[in-house]
Design a protein around this ligand. Structure first.
Ligand code: GLN
Length: 540
């Protein structure tokens, strides 16, 4: 059965230790050695996917090429490994139960009592092997969300235990990520929480092969020895994971700790090559040694929780390095901005981005922000709702269409410049019914978008219900806001630009979902460059 090797990353002591970054960093190192790697995440909550979760609950919802609405860790997997993931890479308890219960209703288990073990655990395992059995990967890394000991994680942990016996011990590895806290009053690092969490794993029948220990301080040898002794692992399988200056340092830190070597030897993988991480190091060099800087405002309504804008923030890191430019992001709450204070809040900015979002809260601040950027010729980038706001603002203040709006905010608006498509009008279900996933787009030759991409045929990922209303297109274009990107199949407007402005661009899609560490997104690259040009022009 095992054409691939399976690595499971579990967590203990506390959540938020960075299992996603450790999984991505290990994946990167193995990939850099020539192995074909993918990463998946199991989330033990009951929502079928995070698409219906408020960003305050769960951070950003990451969208894959095939239109799956997924956990933000998939963004890390794609950015680190420069791969595309899919629906198969993110599975929740909700989806597992949904599949089993649907099968039960179809009579697939006729006569049987349907139970957590074996039916739920079998469905979990089916989802593990789904990726491994494609033959596309040498290694499948599976991150288990939450902590061992969580009630809701139990079936996943039990499935992991069983996988070891399904695929054989040489094809299975458990990496357990824990915390080794430093007690200031005692002046000591403490191993007890890790010991307890490994005991919980052992109770569930899993002996971790490698411990990755998050810590604020170096793990001295005696601490490593103690952890090895009490947790039944080799001392060289106790890996230190120090707090890093940037998440992009973590692959190098893991390399230094020889995490990849331990994995290769434990999985009895044939050594391919030393990891080729030169380009990664070059990226870090540019990231850490910028020759210029810009200040960019990110205006949104979820700014209290920056994870809500994870991919946008990371895209700026990539594009900043690409321009050897340090990007200082100022997160501005859209509910705070109005026409009166816009200059005070945004006047020092070299560029302004209006973020995606849903619903009316904070919308007036976004419209005031767009107006400020348009009138003062500050480089502007609107993403999804940000693009829709650019359209609404232009309709109201340039075309003079009073009350112009999106029907999302006001279904009775006299000028629905942003409106539902026909096929969205009669939907009754909210989950999984938006326009999601990758769609083609044709760019107008000579437009800012086409210049940025260096081509006219692109594909980008979407996640929205509402669209530019083409009834108004002619009026917009006559007044100077052009549709520079059009979906060739549906005629939907995907990109708008203002001609008489140094850089004003709105995208209906989400470019941030396709920016990679080693392949920054062209629109972010150009936006950062435009911000720097604007800054220099102001200074001279
Ligand atoms: N709320 C808008 C829509 O559904 C925009 C969504 C977004 O910004 N992702 O069309």
């Amino acid at each position: 059965m095992a054409s691939a090797k399976y690595i499971f990353v579990t967590g203990g002591v506390t959540s938020s230790l960075g299992k996603g970054i450790i999984s991505s960093s290990l994946g990167k190192l193995l990939q850099a050695r020539g192995f074909r790697v993918t990463i998946q995440k199991f989330d033990p909550y009951i929502n079928i996917d995070p698409g219906t979760l408020n960003p305050y609950e769960h951070g950003e919802c990451y969208v894959t090429e095939d239109g799956a609405e997924t956990d933000l860790d998939l963004g890390h997997y794609e950015r680190f490994l420069n791969i595309n993931t899919s629906q198969a890479n993110n599975v929740t308890t909700g989806r597992i139960y949904h599949n089993v219960i649907t099968a039960e209703r179809q009579g697939k288990f006729l006569g049987k009592t349907v139970q957590v073990v074996p039916h739920i655990t079998d469905e979990i395992k089916r989802n593990v092997f789904l990726l491994g059995e494609t033959g596309e990967y040498d290694i499948v890394i599976t991150e288990i969300g939450g902590c061992v000991g969580d009630i809701e994680a139990l079936p996943f942990i039990e499935a992991v235990r069983q996988v070891k016996w399904d695929v054989g011990p040489n094809n299975f590895l458990n990496i357990h990520l824990t915390l080794v806290p430093y007690l200031k009053s005692a002046g000591e690092l403490k191993t007890k929480p890790t010991q307890h969490s490994v005991k919980q794993l052992l109770e569930a029948g899993i002996q971790p092969d490698i411990l990755v220990c998050r810590s604020e301080h170096h793990l001295p040898n005696d601490i490593r020895k103690k952890l090895a002794l009490f947790c039944n692992v080799n001392i060289n399988s106790v890996i230190e994971a120090l707090d890093a200056e940037t998440i992009y340092d973590v692959p190098l830190l893991m390399r230094k700790e020889k995490l990849d070597e331990r994995v290769i030897s434990k999985l009895k993988l044939s050594h391919k090559q030393e990891p080729d991480i030169e380009q990664w190091k070059e990226f870090l060099g540019r990231h850490k040694n910028p020759t210029s800087e810009v200040h960019i405002a990110l205006v949104g309504k979820y700014v209290e929780l920056p994870d809500a804008y994870k991919s946008i923030i990371e895209s700026f890191t990539h594009a900043g390095a690409g321009n050897e430019c340090k990007v200082y992001l100022k997160l501005v709450h859209s509910e705070e901005v109005n026409d009166e204070n816009a200059n005070q809040l945004l006047g020092e900015m070299d560029g302004i981005l209006v973020a995606p979002g849903f619903g009316e809260r904070g919308i007036n601040g976004k419209l005031a922000t767009v107006r400020f950027a348009r009138e003062n010729k500050v480089p502007f980038f609107g993403i999804c709702l940000g693009m829709q706001c650019a359209v609404i603002e232009f309709a109201r203040n340039v075309l003079g269409l009073e009350g112009a709006y999106s029907t999302e905010m006001n279904p009775e608006t006299p000028h629905p410049v942003i409106d539902l498509m026909e096929d969205q009008k009669n939907l009754e279900m909210m989950g999984g019914t938006m326009r999601v996933g990758s769609y083609p787009c044709d760019l107008k030759k000579g437009s800012k978008a086409a210049t940025a991409y260096g081509k006219t045929k692109i594909k980008e990922r979407h996640r929205h219900r509402y669209e530019f209303n083409n009834k108004y297109l002619q009026a917009f274009e006559d007044a100077g806001m052009i549709a520079s990107g059009i979906n060739p199949e549906t005629g939907l407007v995907e990109v708008v630009e203002i001609k008489d402005h140094p850089w004003f661009l709105g995208a209906q899609f989400h470019p941030e979902l396709k920016s990679r560490v080693l392949d920054p997104h062209p629109l972010f690259l150009r936006f950062v460059k435009a911000a720097r040009d604007f800054k220099y022009s102001r200074e001279s």
